[in-house]
Design a binder for this molecule. Structure first.
Ligand SMILES: *[C@@H]1O[C@H](CO)[C@@H](O)[C@H](O)[C@H]1NC(C)=O
Ligand SMILES: *[C@@H]1O[C@H](CO)[C@@H](O)[C@H](O)[C@H]1NC(C)=O
Ligand SMILES: *[C@@H]1O[C@H](CO)[C@@H](O)[C@H](O)[C@H]1NC(C)=O
Ligand SMILES: *[C@@H]1O[C@H](CO)[C@@H](O)[C@H](O)[C@H]1NC(C)=O
Ligand SMILES: *[C@@H]1O[C@H](CO)[C@@H](O)[C@H](O)[C@H]1NC(C)=O
Ligand SMILES: *[C@@H]1O[C@H](CO)[C@@H](O)[C@H](O)[C@H]1NC(C)=O
Ligand SMILES: *[C@@H]1O[C@H](CO)[C@@H](O)[C@H](O)[C@H]1NC(C)=O
Length: 658
C-alpha cells in the first residue's frame, strides 16, 4: 500500500471542511466528530489518530516518562489508558491519587510529551485487572447486580464519578489538556445484563461532570451481536478486533451502529493475555503489521492494545472463567516489553506508521540496562502461624460458619481460617469443599503439619490426619477476581462450608491478615527462639516467610538497574523488596518463571530487604535456599499445561472480538 491511497479521501475531506468551517469561528482547541467526512476534526481540521494503550497502574511512576517518550517516538498521536476504580477507592469513601496512582501527573506527562489521551474512565474496565476495576466492597450488598441500574451500584458509581470526572475536566482538550475522548463502560455488549437504562445513567453522569463538548464513546466486539447491547445513542460506537481478520467486515459491523463518522478500532490486539498453567501467548509481528497497514490505508483510527502491557504488581491481576487467574507479567507480547524494552515488533509497527505520517525526529530512548545481581541466600523467618500475632494484630473474628473476605472487609491477599478437629482423624479423613467454595486456593495444616492444598475448580478434597482438638489451619489465598463476564461478583475466602467426612466444620476463628503491613514493619528478626527443623519428607510445607538481603555491588556505574528475579526450586508465593509487593510467583505452574524488578525500588546505600512468602514448598531443606537475580526474563517456559481445553476458551474471546 502506498500512502497516496489515503490522500484522495483526505483532500476531499479537507475541501469539505474548507466550505463547512471557514465560514464559522473555529475555537483554538476543539475536538469533535464530523459525520460528513467520516472523520474526527481537531482544531477545525480533519484528524485521524494512531494510539497505543499503556496502563499507568501497571508501570511504576518512575518509568512513565520513559514509556511515553518511546510511544511518542513510535509515531503515536495518542495514548489510551484505563482508570481502575478499585485502585483509587480501595475502601468505600477512601480515595488515593498519590504516587503510582497520580493520574493527573500521568496526564500532564503525556501532554508534556506531545501525546493526546483517550481516557477509558470505566466504571468497569475488564483489562485483566482484579474484578475488572470494580471495587470488591461493592459486594457488601451480596445481591448487587454489577454493571446495571441496581440502585446501590449506581449510587456508588455516581459518587465515584463525582470524584474522578471533576479531576479530569481541566485535562480535556478544549480546556487546554490532552484528553480528546472519554470512553464510557467497556464492551458492555458482551455482558448479560443489556441494561440500556444503565448506559443512559452513565451518559447523564459523564455529561454532567464533563460538559457537552467532549466526545463520549463506547467500545464493543465488532459484530452486530455485541453492538446490540453495547451501543447507545449519544455515545459514539467504536469496535475492537484482532489482526489477521477481515478489516472490511469488522468496520461494516461498526457501520451498523454508526452509518457515518470516523472508523475506529479501539483495541487492535498486538499480542494476547496469559493465564497461569497455559502456554504464553505470542502473536507474530507480520500479522499485526499487515492488518495495521490495512486499517491505516482505510483512513481509520486505531488504538494498539497493548503498546506496553507492564506488570500486575501486588494482587492486581484478574481471572477468567472457568477460573483461570492471569500471571504477574502483563507483557502481552506488546511492541514494548513488560520492562519497556524496544522489540522487533516496535520497529516493525513504527515502520508501518511511518508510511502514513512523518515520524518525530530525535532519539528513541534506549532499552534500560538490566543487571544480574546473582544469587541471594534466604533464611526462614517463621511460618504464617508462628508470626500470626504480627500478621493479625486485632486477632480473629469468631463465627459459627466461615465468612468471606468481603464480610471481613479485607479485600486482597490472605486470610487464615482456624477451627479444631472435632474428632480423632487417625486414619486419613476427607476434608472437602463440596460446593467448590475455596476461593481460590487453601493451604491446609493441622497443628503446623502440612496436609495439602485445596483449589477452586481443581482440587475439592484432600485427606488429613490429626488428633481431636488439634488446630486445623486453612490459609486461603485470593488469586485475583474474575474480570470478564457474568461471574464478576467473585467472592473470596471460604465462600461455602467445609466438611470433614460428612460433618460441616463449625466454630471458626478467622484471622484477617495484613501481610503487606507486617512486611513493611519488618517481619524478620523478632524470632528469638531457635529455628525449627524445616526438614519435611512430604511434598508440602506450611506457608512460611523467608527473608534475605540484596546488596548492590559498588564500583559499577549506573546501579541499581532493573533486574528479574527467579525462583529455582520454589513453588508458589509472593515476594516483596523493600516492602514493595512485586506480585505472585508460581514457577511450578508457569509459564512465567521470572518477575520484573524495576530498578527504582532498589537502593545502593544499604542492603535491600527481601521477603518471600512461600505457600507450598521451598528448596531450603534439600537444595540451596536461594533466589536469583538475572538479566533476562523468562515468561514463556513450557511447564505442565492444563488438560482441559484452555485454547477453546481463548478462541472464544478471540471470536468475540472478530
Ligand atoms: C498541553 O500541551 C500543549 C501543547 O501541545 C500546550 O499548548 C498546553 O498548554 C499543554 N497543557 C498543559 C495543561 O500543560
Ligand atoms: C471481507 O468481508 C467483506 C464484507 O463482508 C467481503 O465482501 C469480503 O469478501 C471479505 N474478504 C475476504 C477475503 O474474505
Ligand atoms: C482421641 O484419641 C485419644 C487417644 O489417642 C483418646 O484419649 C481421646 O478420647 C480421643 N478423642 C475423641 C474425641 O475421640
Ligand atoms: C483418601 O483416603 C482414602 C482412604 O485411605 C483413599 O481411598 C483415597 O484415595 C484418599 N484420597 C486422596 C485424595 O488422597
Ligand atoms: C453453612 O451451613 C449452614 C447450615 O446449613 C448455613 O446456614 C450457612 O449459610 C452455610 N455457610 C456458608 C458460608 O455456606
Ligand atoms: C532493611 O531493614 C533494615 C531493618 O532490618 C533497615 O534498617 C533498612 O533501612 C532496610 N533497608 C531498606 C533499603 O529499606
Ligand atoms: C521464549 O522466548 C525466548 C525469547 O524470545 C525464545 O528464545 C524461546 O525460544 C522461547 N521459548 C519457548 C519455550 O517458547
Amino acid at each position: 500500500h502506498s500512502p497516496s491511497v489515503i490522500l484522495t479521501p483526505l483532500l476531499y475531506c479537507g475541501f469539505f471542511f474548507f466550505i463547512f468551517f471557514c465560514t464559522q469561528n473555529i475555537p483554538q482547541r476543539s475536538f469533535g466528530i464530523d459525520y460528513d467526512c467520516n472523520c474526527f476534526v481537531k482544531d477545525g481540521r480533519p484528524f485521524r489518530y494512531i494510539s497505543g494503550s499503556i496502563h499507568y497502574s501497571r508501570v511504576p511512576r518512575y518509568y512513565w516518562k520513559d514509556r511515553l517518550l518511546k510511544m511518542k517516538m513510535a509515531g503515536l498521536d495518542a495514548i489510551q489508558t484505563y482508570v481502575p476504580w478499585n485502585y483509587h477507592e480501595p475502601q468505600l469513601g477512601v480515595y488515593d491519587f498519590s504516587g503510582d496512582r497520580d493520574l493527573e501527573y500521568f496526564l500532564q506527562l503525556a501532554n508534556d510529551t506531545g501525546l493526546l489521551v483517550i481516557l477509558r474512565a470505566g466504571p468497569y474496565i475488564c483489562a485483566e485487572w482484579d474484578m475488572g476495576g470494580l471495587p470488591a466492597w461493592l459486594l457488601e450488598k451480596k445481591s448487587i447486580v454489577l454493571r446495571s441500574s441496581d440502585s446501590d451500584y449506581l449510587a456508588a458509581v455516581e459518587k465515584w464519578m463525582g470524584v474522578l470526572l471533576p479531576k479530569m475536566r481541566p485535562h480535556l482538550y478544549q480546556n487546554g489538556g490532552p484528553i480528546i475522548m472519554v470512553q464510557v463502560e467497556n464492551e458492555y455488549g458482551s455482558y448479560f445484563a443489556c441494561d440500556y437504562d444503565y448506559l443512559r445513567s452513565l451518559l447523564k453522569i459523564f455529561r454532567q461532570h464533563l460538559g457537552d463538548e467532549v466526545v463520549l464513546f463506547t467500545t464493543d466486539g465488532a459484530s452486530q451481536f455485541h453492538l446490540k447491547c453495547g451501543a447507545l445513542q449519544g455515545l459514539y460506537a467504536t469496535v475492537d478486533f484482532a489482526p489477521g481478520g477481515n478489516v472490511t467486515a469488522a468496520f461494516l459491523a461498526q457501520r451498523g451502529s454508526e452509518p457515518t463518522g470516523p472508523l475506529v478500532n479501539s483495541e487492535f490486539y498486538t499480542g494476547w493475555l496469559d493465564h497461569w498453567g497455559h502456554r504464553h501467548s505470542v502473536v507474530p509481528t507480520q500479522t499485526i503489521a499487515k492488518t495495521l497497514n490495512e486499517i491505516l490505508a482505510r483512513g481509520a483510527n486505531v488504538n494498539l492494545y497493548m503498546f506496553i502491557g507492564g506488570t500486575n504488581f501486588a494482587y492486581w491481576n484478574g481471572a477468567n472463567m472457568p477460573y483461570m487467574p492471569q500471571p504477574t507479567s502483563y507483557d502481552y507480547d506488546a511492541p514494548l516489553s513488560e520492562a519497556g524494552d524496544l522489540t522487533e515488533k516496535y520497529f516493525a509497527l513504527r515502520e508501518v506508521i511511518g508510511m502514513y505520517k512523518q515520524l518525530p525526529e530525535g532519539l528513541i530512548p534506549p532499552t534500560t540496562p538490566k543487571f544480574a545481581y546473582g544469587k541471594v541466600r534466604l533464611q526462614k523467618a517463621g511460618t504464617v502461624v508462628e508470626v500470626l500475632d504480627r500478621l493479625s494484630p486485632d486477632g480473629p473474628v469468631k463465627s459459627t460458619y466461615p465468612l468471606t473476605f468481603v464480610q471481613l472487609k479485607q479485600y486482597f491477599g490472605f486470610v487464615l481460617y482456624r477451627t479444631t478437629l472435632p474428632k480423632n482423624c487417625t486414619e486419613p479423613t476427607q476434608l472437602s469443599s463440596p460446593l467448590n467454595g475455596v476461593h481460590d486456593r487453601a493451604y491446609v495444616s493441622v497443628d503446623g503439619v502440612p496436609q495439602g492444598v485445596l483449589e477452586r475448580d481443581k482440587s475439592l478434597m484432600i485427606n488429613i490426619t490429626g488428633k481431636a482438638g488439634a488446630n486445623l489451619d486453612i490459609l486461603v489465598e485470593n488469586m485475583g477476581r474474575v474480570n470478564f463476564g457474568r461471574y464478576n461478583n467473585d467472592f473470596k475466602g471460604l465462600v461455602s462450608n467445609l466438611t470433614l467426612d460428612q460433618d460441616t466444620l463449625v466454630e471458626w476463628e478467622i484471622y484477617p491478615l495484613d501481610v503487606d503491613g507486617a512486611v513493611n514493619h519488618d517481619i524478620n528478626g523478632h524470632l528469638d527462639r531457635p529455628e525449627r527443623c524445616v526438614d519435611n519428607p512430604q511434598s508440602y510445607e506450611a506457608p512460611t516467610f523467608y527473608t534475605g538481603r540484596l546488596s548492590i555491588p559498588g564500583g559499577i556505574p549506573d546501579l541499581p538497574q532493573d533486574t528479574y528475579v527467579k525462583f529455582p526450586g520454589w513453588t508458589k508465593g509472593q515476594i516483596w523488596i523493600n516492602g514493595f509487593n512485586l506480585g505472585r510467583y508460581w514457577p511450578a505452574r508457569g509459564p512465567q518463571l521470572t518477575l520484573f524488578v524495576p530498578g527504582n525500588i532498589l537502593v545502593s546505600s544499604v542492603p535491600n530487604n527481601i521477603t518471600v512468602l512461600e505457600l507450598e514448598h521451598s528448596p531450603c531443606s534439600t537444595q540451596a535456599c536461594e533466589i536469583e537475580f538475572v538479566d533476562k526474563p523468562n515468561i514463556n517456559a513450557t511447564t505442565q499445561y492444563e488438560n482441559y481445553a484452555p485454547q477453546l476458551f481463548v478462541r472464544d474471546i478471540w471470536l468475540n472480538h472478530l
